[in-house]
Design a protein around this ligand. Structure first.
Ligand code: NAP
Ligand code: GDD
Length: 357
């Protein structure tokens, strides 16, 4: 924490847990642009896990220290020393499918982790604002009609969804019970070239890039009938910041309101490079989940009324990711993406339908 001496008066201080992740890295960039001092918490790994934030270390207003959401003292120590005005809790075991295999760890990280921060704030720093990264997975297999808003029924379908719903209620309890500024963003799926490589959109764009350069001949996926409301992480971190600047803490859905199936995403991405996804996609039971959330579409009217608007739609997001992954493989995207999808040389044919759970 060597930048503390250089802090300007009035300069806001933000602590970001999960700073090495997709959203954490974009949020850190955004807050630095807004003039914040930013401290990140990174967790120890046996490999370099800071590639999304390495470019930020040259900024004297940025620093990061080790900590882990399951080691509550480590997080409390950072809060005590850094004394943030705003804490953005983005750290999370974020893979829904994996949460079925590590349910206890998922609850410890995603539910007990934020609870411990809230408890610290309550006891030692009640003026500190707290943001919780919640998820559209809390709606799960809800009986409410889509699109889902802050009042829709919540019926999560995975340990991940349950952990995020537990944290959602804890944040509400601490807000209402102790008067803390504890606020929640219920974010629907959002992607980017920094998206983790095991999430479905990134699997698709990386898989196509590998096929194009001859490094793969197929792409193995699970339930391609699932429907998601895909936005872009850069748009969503602006929403997160806006939620934190409101006079009152609360709950806000962040979504585009435009939902598409994994099958549509596949057909769009393969179509962009003139390939027929039918020839490459293999449906593999290994990637099906014990419970599935079949349809997620958000109603973001509440945050839209505050002026937030997404700049990216799902096609712009996927195209940017595909271009990035082709380039990362050492090739020039324009060699492959040289026509609009509607003029694709090889019109995609329909994939065979897949049984759902
Ligand atoms: P991500 O790329 O997977 O990043 C998760 C971050 O949490 C990483 O920095 C990770 O560290 C860190 N982390 C995981 N377990 C930790 C632990 N025990 N202690 C400390 N740090 C830990 O996820 P994201 O897409 O940026 O999402 C950010 C948050 O929003 C997550 O909580 C996620 O559940 C939630 N969310 C995401 C979406 C979405 O569509 N992206 C939608 C709704 C909600 P490593 O880098 O070392 O793995
Ligand atoms: N990951 C993955 N891999 N998903 C697949 C695959 C595959 O091979 N094949 C089909 N899918 C389906 C999943 O079953 C799911 O229905 C959908 O694609 C999206 O999966 P993910 O990209 O893994 O995202 P998610 O919707 O489960 O969860 C993401 O969004 C949540 C918000 O709704 C994550 O970012 C969560 O952290 C986030 O809370």
């Amino acid at each position: 924490m060597n930048f503390m001496e250089t802090q300007q008066p009035q300069q806001k201080r933000a602590l970001i847990t999960g700073v090495t992740g997709q959203d954490g890295s974009y949020l850190a960039e955004f807050l630095l642009e807004q003039g914040y001092k930013v401290m990140g918490i990174i967790r120890r790994a046996s490999y370099f896990n800071t590639k999304r934030i390495d470019h930020l270390y040259v900024n004297p207003d940025f620093d990061a220290v080790y900590g882990d959401m399951t080691d509550h003292t480590s997080v409390a120590n950072v809060i005590e020393k850094f004394k943030p005005d705003e804490i953005y809790n983005l750290a999370g075991m974020s893979q829904v499918g994996v949460s079925f295999e590590v349910p206890v760890y998922t609850m410890e990280t995603n539910a007990l982790g934020p609870l411990n921060i809230l408890e610290y704030i309550k006891q030692h720093a009640p003026q500190t604002k707290f943001y919780q990264a919640s998820s559209s997975e809390i709606f799960g297999a809800t009986g409410s009609q889509p699109p889902f808003n802050e009042h829709s029924e919540m019926k999560p379908q995975s340990p991940y969804g349950v952990s995020k719903l537990a944290a959602f209620h804890l944040v509400r309890n601490y807000r209402e019970g102790y008067g803390l500024f504890a606020t929640t963003g219920i974010l629907f799926n959002h992607e980017s070239p920094r998206r983790g490589e095991t999430f479905v959109t990134r699997k698709i764009t990386r898989g196509i890039a590998a096929i194009l350069r001859g490094a793969a001949t197929e792409l193995r996926l699970g339930n391609i009938e699932a429907v998601r409301d895909w936005g872009h992480s850069k748009d969503y971190v602006k929403a997160i910041h806006s939620i934190m600047q409101q006079p009152q803490a609360g709950e806000y859905v962040v979504a585009t309101g435009d939902a598409h199936s994994v099958r549509e995403a596949l057909e769009y991405c393969f179509g962009l490079v003139g390939l027929d996804c039918q020839k490459y996609v293999v449906i593999d039971k290994k990637y099906f989940r014990p419970n599935e959330v079949p349809y997620l579409e958000g109603d973001a009217s509440k945050i839209r009324a505050l002026g937030w608007r997404p700049e990216y739609d799902w096609k712009m997001t996927l195209k940017e990711m595909l271009e990035h992954d082709i380039k990362s493989g050492g090739e020039e995207p324009s060699k492959y993406i040289n026509f609009p999808v509607t003029e694709s040389a090889e019109k995609p044919t329909e994939l065979a339908s897949v049984p759902t759970q």
